[in-house]
Design a protein around this ligand. Sequence first.
Ligand code: ATP
Ligand code: MG
Length: 547
Amino acid sequence: MESNNEVKNSNFIKDIIEKDLSDTSKVVTRFPPEPNGYLHLGHAKSICLNFGLAKEYGGKCNLRFDDTNPAKEDMEFVNSIKNDIKWLGFDWEDRLFFASSYFDKMYECAIELIKKGLAFVCDMNSEEVRLYRGTLTEPGKNSPYRDRSVEENLDLFERMKNGEFKDGEKTLRAKIDMSSSNINMRDPVLYRIAHLTHHSTGDKWCIYPMYDYAHPIEDAIEGITHSICTMEFEDHRPLYDWVINNLDFEIKPRQVEFAKLNLEDTIMGKRYLRNLVETNQVDGWDDPRLITLSGIRRRGYTPEAIRNFCESVGVAKANSVVSLAQLEYFVRDDLQPKAPVKMAILDPIKLIITNYPEGQTEMLEIENHAKDESFGTRKVPFSRELYIEREDFMEVPEKKFFRLAPGKEVRLKGAYFVTCHDFVKDEKGNITEVHCTYDPATRSGLEFTARKVKGTIHWVNCESAVDVKVNLYENLVEPSEDGYKLNENSLKVVTAKVEPSIKEAKPMDRFQFIRNGFFIADSKHFSESNLVFNRIISLKSSFKPSK
Ligand code: ATP
Ligand code: MG
């Protein structure tokens, strides 16, 4: 279902595109994930931006796996990334690319640079390269191998490719300027030797291109017009342009940087997430507490909510931290009109209606959505013994507590007014039963005007209640002295009492459990004999969007 409140704001990247292209439908962007982990919300930001721009202008956005680094990549990640992008609602059509399929072209480009006298084979090891590089305040020194002849460079580079040298023994470097104020321009390494098997090219290559060299070539091969990346690449842009300008490509892509998405009290980095998964501190990459897209999906967040959130965050050059409340606002905003309502008691105590006939059950008709009649109604059983939330009764009511207390009257949702006249405690002093009387004249749907009540509480009929396992979440991490630590209370599991219609639920079905929030049937562990729900989000919000 498309969200009806999709908004598109202007931003500086759109201004650049509109200035660069007289026909904006010619815009080509790309999303270039490295397949070394699952995508997270930060990636969603980049996906929404790249695919979103293409969609808005009628241009194109490619999916390109940046698999130039053979060491840590995996097909499991490739598949999960494709899944996540589709789930978010974007389509790369027939434009699925792998950077590794350009290795031949990248090699040819390197030869072209050598022939132009713009690249050389260097025998220094990484320690020597570092010593020669200089610092922010001091220029670097030329490599003693910098003036090798073109012929010698061509010969050595070919032998590098043929596997004649060990890892680290030689590199191919650009010949730019060791005294450049930008350290990235001080004869950066373009190729390194690594005798590693690559997941798609196998053992064909033992030299691999560096990111700063490979990425502009990938963009140029694909005819990318605007190569959108995050701010840490700003200082690399001169190198990006150097590579593009010294090679003959029809389209000269332009790199544009924007600030990463950071979320309050959340650690987004792939490495951190990977560690949590590999050390079994969470239930896989799709643990609902994780900010991975598969975690968010299992948690019950919707793609519309994520897209609206990303749009609301906007695009900026300055780093900022977005509040969790802002994300949650869009989740609620999207679920509110979509999720049918059910009654569920998360922390039950018994309510006994002492003047209701024993053995009688009536079926009450209750609407499935408070604001949308098209959801229809359902029949909910009602009888003498019910469950209510423990927090809906107070022995000594606080000020402004309008729910049940001795002598007080409330409405049971969709049923009757009840008045509390007694309660029972166990030896520890916990309330176990609340005793009430009901007034048959107050049945929901009847025109009853004689008196009003200030509170309505939800309930579930004891006899037909269904036991449901409910996962309640808190933030996965909490601030500590040295940054963040895992929050030990991030997952709380309770057994809820739910009205019988919950048995019809299927995995991924979402509901509003009155007053308790939005819940989703867990996609991983839910079955007919194991009803497991995850709390997507509670109902209260503190965030208001500016528009
Ligand atoms: P991480 O920092 O989590 O390891 P990454 O940047 O290494 O992520 P890539 O697979 O290289 O992950 O990223 C794919 C694309 O997503 C890149 O264009 C990158 O700039 C973008 N991206 C990654 N994190 C964020 C973020 N927090 N906000 C916006 N874009 C991001
Ligand atoms: Mg990366």
